[in-house]
Design a protein around this ligand. Sequence first.
Ligand code: AMP
Length: 193
Amino acid sequence: MKFFLVLIGPPGSGKGTQAAKLSRWLRLPALSAGELLRQEIKSNTSWGQEIKPLLAKGELVPNPIIEAIIAKRLQKEDAVRGAIFDGWPRAKTQLNYFVNNFLNRPQTKVLAILIMVSDKEVMNRLSGRRVCLLCGANYHILYHPPQQPGICDRCGGRLYIRPDDKPAVIKKRLSQYHELTAPLIGFFRRQKN
Ligand code: AMP
């Protein structure tokens, strides 16, 4: 039996934090779609070059790219029992692949969890977010500051502001969430799986 958990929520709702906790608890890998895409950019792959401007603007990347990246990650041995999806599927156009490969499969259980956070709180959280360049740990200048400003407590790496955590891009990501991702909530509510 395989188990797939889908976390749905606006940017900054804590999907990544909850995915990491659930990952330890359920012993399933947490697959962050955004993190996998940022890795491609960091490694300067041809996908990375194509998607870099889209992430900088807060726009969704083309489905074939995200599907190929997810499929590649699921081939790793740690995903034989399933996985936790953080940030995918994220639009109705991504459901086809999800339904065919995960929802309608024998011996496969799917559960979706919705995390609700207001737009105002998302703005507060993301505009103060700092991320470690080396290990990816997340901080917040007020809610969870590092011991030394600009330095990661965990690994000593330098903290940076994600280019898409600028107020104008946060607004764009929020509108993408309401327009494209929120309709998935009704879809998952209707499932009896
Ligand atoms: P996140 O780390 O979840 O905030 O995602 C960062 C960015 O990665 C988003 O603003 C999109 O540009 C891109 N992205 C993440 N997940 C997806 C997805 N499922 N489909 C398309 N683009 C995505």
